[in-house]
Write a protein that binds this ligand. Structure first.
Ligand SMILES: Cc1cc2nc3c(=O)[nH]c(=O)nc-3n(C[C@H](O)[C@H](O)[C@H](O)COP(=O)(O)O)c2cc1C
Length: 209
């Protein structure tokens, strides 16, 4: 297969060269070794507001706020995989990242089926599992399979650089990138041989009846 595979990585940390960056750099190395092209975008230090539910994206196919979210949309569209990584803030993902993801997923109507997702949480001590679950929700509402690792994708550290000495955490991230590379390539072969799964027309019910 002659396809160039691409992974888009979103870094939800506002800190330059923080612990989340360490993880993404380690994952990027593995992707590169596997011949996958990586684009790594730090969103946690950008000025990104939340969704205002205006519905403009339904008409225009893009967000009414013309910021980095609309720049990320075409990158996401051509990506075979998406990694979203966040520092843990009060047992949750960084709010700027969440604002970005809400708007990115809601405002884009291209098919995300079988793009592989992976999420990563980075904390001093607690809240990784809750953050991991929170981030995975974007994938599982978008027909995106999730790459997993040998542990839940969490790493520990408080001050910049400390993640590097969480040996098991770093190993978990490397395994995650290897598994994700394999999954991306396997899905490409599967698509070639079997095509994408059949899709039914969406039947929204809104719990009214
Ligand atoms: C506002 C704020 C809230 C935080 N909340 C938590 C938390 O709930 N649990 C935790 O273990 N660490 C918490 N931390 C620590 C960060 O998760 C930790 O320093 C992490 O390494 C930051 O990643 P970064 O260097 O990629 O930004 C918090 C930090 C900040 C600034």
């Amino acid at each position: 297969m002659n396809k160039e595979f691409k992974v888009l990585m979103l870094n939800g940390s506002p800190r330059i060269n923080g612990n989340t960056t360490i993880v993404l750099k380690a994952m990027e190395k593995i992707f590169t070794e596997n011949g996958i092209v990586v684009e790594n975008v730090q969103v946690g230090n950008k000025d990104i507001r939340g969704c205002i539910a205006c519905g403009t994206c339904f008409e225009k196919g893009k967000c009414v706020f013309d910021d980095i979210v609309n720049e990320l949309a075409p990158k996401f569209q051509v990506a075979d995989g998406l990694v979203i990584a966040s520092p843990v803030y009060y047992a949750s993902a960084n709010a700027t990242l969440i604002a970005c993801l809400d708007r990115l997923f809601y405002s884009t109507d291209f098919d995300k089926t079988m793009k592989v997702g992976a999420s990563v949480a980075c904390a001093r001590r607690g809240g990784c599992s809750a953050t991991f679950d929170e981030l995975n929700k974007y994938f599982t509402i978008a027909n995106m399979p999730i790459a997993s690792s040998q542990y839940w994708n969490s790493i520990h550290g408080r001050e910049k650089g400390q993640a590097e000495i969480d040996e098991e955490g770093m190993q978990t991230m490397r395994a995650l990138a290897r598994n994700m590379s394999f999954l991306i390539k396997s899905i490409a072969l599967g698509k070639e041989q079997y095509g994408l799964p059949e899709k039914e027309q969406w039947t929204p019910t809104h719990f009214i009846r």
